[in-house]
Design a protein. Structure first.
Lengths: 350, 350
């Protein structure tokens, strides 16, 4: 099952003359050159991604992709599987961290049931893109069928098709999905699962050791059978929410809309997308360094410096929400600050 | 000139039973315990500072303290001294980075002329607390008289007297003030000025070497004459905006209102306040790690981990504005998230 399943055309963001024009504007703003630090780099990347010297950043939207995981039957999480569905309702009802953050940051928000064991008929704020009621356990089977994987990728992509936002954030919910993500990192980066598995929602001691053994056994099973493609890695050990986020990222990037990636699990969806086409990287903002084991190592291997480092490990899109506030402020500065010439301010004397 | 000049009563924030109640509420929110990382620590500190289990965080206010510096006659900055007054007008007019950030973050904002060479009669948004039209050069003289220092401390304190905000941010503007701050760090921490002086707005090469020599010469002159008190350090080598921020911090803390400290220069005002009374520390949030040389080292020596690390070095209060958005979101999560019991969500199984 190769990458041909879904791969839209994505333009490389590098554009020589636009970059120079953006830099000239940044240097004309009333501040010493470069003194806004990362805010200036963020504004540069945002403008390049939008392909414009004066892009708007008004409409912000975060989706939480939710899916259940068959691997939970192996007892890899301290929380019962039912929490996935309960948390979808909490997110839609406004009580989850991500709901609170989005409401107060002026970010439009929705949770996407792409594969949970719940029925949310009549629940406002839940988008129904359900592929199945959860994946199969990937211990000695594929988590999903080829058809399911394709359906989840396209479902995620469909959400970004309308292109109705200036920036997107993505996050996830799914008890068991740090096991799934760790297995994907191990396949895609050819790493030992003992290095990629971490505590997730709070696995400690013997539970953490057990989680490592389960993921290691599963990765060992799939490694020799894997066709080497990112899509097959998702189908074998991923989750519906991971597939959905990968499709979403590719689709958004094809519309030149930047995507703010949340933490450990969202990042493996981004890794899969980057393995499909490196052009997507210019459209990604890595929001924060998660406290989940290996997220720091992954970002470092990518040379990506996240915007925030707040020791968060909740997922949902919570890191993305806070980072979108920073990106938004970077663009406010870029678009609304006075220039040296307009404000009549003396420049450097040298 | 001792600390008795201005030192209001400040309560220590440590309160055993309140801390436990806050922690119990944090752990009841619908998330794995501790998974919001620094946001939970921030909420804890904010609640302790306010002395309440359910404090409001609605009214946010940032002041930029502006002052001119006589040391500029020694050619320590690449920008002409006139930029201080021009930037005060730019800040009041809405064109500066801090004005843009505050407007878009819903933070009330004003710039305070505590000692610039400008006249802002009739300019809205500039608060007149002028002590003098700038300090004297501190190369071989005190930057200000004892009376001026006292007046600047009390002027800053007066701004926080009304206690009309739930949280304050402070920043500064003053061409030449990184030289002044570096000299203060050297006195207060008994450090070599060659370690505390940095590029400021962009001193490089020979200009930076010259700046280091000037500050080193000045510190050498004052070290033997200094009475060892923070107030005398401010009077000798500080600035009116630094004195104002020190007074402001002490006054706000005495009202139990937290102060978000901006960067290199605001931090030295905080250091002076902490040297006057260590109880003030619980009311301080260090907003960001400035790119200015020695700010990282100072924060580390204090054991303070700043909220943001965005390579900024603009001052004005820009780091404080962004950090206030994070603190505000931490308190939204604390106050508005559902609890496990209220949302009917299953807790850990162990």
């Amino acid at each position: 099952m190769g990458s041909e399943v879904y791969l839209p055309q994505i333009e490389n963001i590098e554009r020589g003359s636009l970059r120079e024009e953006i830099q000239a504007h940044l240097d004309d703003l009333t501040k010493p050159p470069g003194s806004l630090g990362r805010l200036e780099e963020i504004a540069m990347q945002y403008c390049l991604a939008r392909g414009s010297l004066r892009p708007l950043l008004t409409k912000k939207k975060i989706y939480t992709f939710a899916g259940d995981h068959g691997i939970t039957v192996e007892g890899v999480s301290p929380y019962p599987k039912e929490v996935t569905v309960q948390m979808v309702l909490n997110m839609a009802g406004g009580g989850a961290a991500i709901s609170v953050l989005c409401k107060n940051a002026g970010i439009d928000y929705a949770v996407v049931d792409i594969g949970t064991a719940g029925d949310y008929s009549g629940v406002p704020g839940v988008i129904d893109l359900k592929v199945n009621n959860g994946t199969a356990s990937f211990l000695r089977n594929s988590a999903m069928t080829g058809a399911e994987c394709r359906k989840a990728l396209l479902a995620g992509a469909s959400l970004a098709e309308q292109g109705e936002a200036d920036i997107y954030g993505i996050g996830e919910m799914g008890i068991g999905n740090t096991s799934s993500a760790a297995a994907m990192y191990s396949l895609l980066l050819d790493m030992d699962p003992y290095e990629t598995v971490g505590a997730g929602t709070g696995a400690e001691g013997e539970l953490l050791n057990h989680k490592k053994r389960i993921v290691a056994e599963a990765v060992s099973f799939h490694r020799s059978r894997w066709d080497g493609s990112p899509v097959d890695a998702i189908g074998r050990v991923g989750g519906f929410e991971i597939a959905g986020m990968t499709g979403f990222i590719l689709s958004a990037a094809s519309k030149r809309i930047p995507v703010v990636v949340d933490g450990f699990i969202s990042s493996v969806a981004a890794l899969a997308a980057m393995k499909m086409t490196s052009a997507v990287e210019g459209y990604l903002f890595f929001s924060h360094r998660s406290a989940e084991h290996f997220h720091a190592g992954f970002l470092e291997s990518l040379g990506a410096v996240p915007i925030l480092d707040l020791g968060m490990r909740l997922g949902e899109g919570t890191g993305a929400a806070l980072a979108i506030e920073i990106i938004s402020q970077a663009m406010h500065c870029y678009s609304e600050m006075a220039t040296f010439s307009s404000a009549g301010i003396s420049d450097r004397e040298d």
